[in-house]
Design a protein around this ligand. Structure first.
Ligand SMILES: [Zn+2]
Length: 315
């Protein structure tokens, strides 16, 4: 039996969040610190190590390890983070840097959506489920998949990139360089693009008058039966169903866990359309075996803490 506590670290472009959690998912302490990525990777790793030490100081017992979720291409095998654009990191030995500062504390790493997927498996909506897909609808669109109880990590640690798997190469242009990425239809970025594309047709819409409508405005307007908002969310739901169909046709999951702040806020609009679209695209036997549920772990740092239990106990 390993020690009873784990520390999760959520690295973002602007802040680093920390959580001290037990095996049941209770968060005993939280903290955050600015990333200040411009000061360079060593300074950022110093700040992570300092935050981990603060969490350790508050732990009532032994800490089993540290889980870190990071932007970029997170090589969970070597411990390197590659191409983390919003940190300005080309290639950084994050695990090596943390071990040098924290001694022989086990350190586990994954991309954000993978950590949240494991958070659902360890603590949340996918407990006791060994085949599921996690979908995060936030500013962007991300995903993680578990099959046979194992997180899919891919050949180059870039799996389940559902936000940028083009389903229409003639579709809306995406910042990644492709066209027709699901992220351009079902995410904060996508909802905004849709409003700007369609709003000339809806002069009466609540959204037509806003200079910079955001995703929260869209959900709010939908609550007032705004025709433009309902169209944008219905379209988003169909794209969600289409990308889930890709995952379902290949992986045959039992659950789709919908997460992300926007995903939860817009779930009642997105899910009926997504389920309908799914049934247009996969065999009935695949769709019948699949349930949609809402995420229960919204804190990325808690998802990161779950990496420790997955890394130590699960495999
Ligand atoms: Zn894209």
């Amino acid at each position: 039996m390993t020690a009873p506590y784990a520390i999760g670290v959520d690295m973002g472009g602007t802040k680093i969040a920390f959580a001290l959690a037990d095996r049941q998912g209770n968060v005993l302490a939280r903290d955050q610190t600015p990333t200040l990525a411009a000061e360079g990777a060593e300074a950022v790793i110093d700040r992570i190590a300092d935050g981990v030490r603060r969490m350790m100081a508050q732990a009532p017992g032994e800490v089993a390890g540290v889980g870190v979720c990071s932007p970029g291409q997170v090589d969970s095998s070597s411990g390197f983070v590659h191409n983390a654009v919003n940190l300005g990191w080309k290639s950084v030995d994050l695990r090596g840097g943390l071990r040098a500062r924290l001694g022989d504390m086990p350190v586990f790493m994954q991309k954000d959506a993978n950590a949240l997927a494991l958070g659902e498996m360890v603590y949340g909506a996918a407990r006791k489920c060994s085949d599921f897909v996690y979908v995060a609808v936030g500013t962007g669109l991300g995903g993680g998949a578990v099959t046979g109880g194992q997180l899919i990590t891919g050949a180059t640690f870039f799996p389940t990139e559902i936000g940028h798997l083009s389903l229409d190469p003639e579709g809306r242009a995406c910042a990644c360089g492709l066209r027709g990425c699901p992220e351009m239809y079902v995410s904060g970025v996508g909802f905004r693009a849709a409003v700007l594309e369609y709003r000339a047709e809806y002069p009466e819409s609540l959204l037509a008058r806003l200079e910079t409508p955001d995703a929260a405005d869209v959900v709010r307007a939908a609550g007032q039966n705004d025709a433009l908002a309902l169209r944008v969310l219905a379209e988003g739901g169909r794209w969600l169903g289409a990308i889930i169909a890709c995952c379902a046709g290949i992986l045959n999951p039992a659950l789709v866990v919908l997460g992300g702040g926007l995903g939860l806020a817009a779930a009642s609009y997105l899910l009926p359309e997504a389920e309908r679209e799914l049934r247009r695209r996969v065999l009935p036997v695949t769709a019948d075996g699949l349930r949609f549920v809402l995420s229960e772990v919204q804190e990325s740092a808690l998802g990161a803490a779950a990496l420790v239990w997955y890394g130590l106990d699960w495999r």
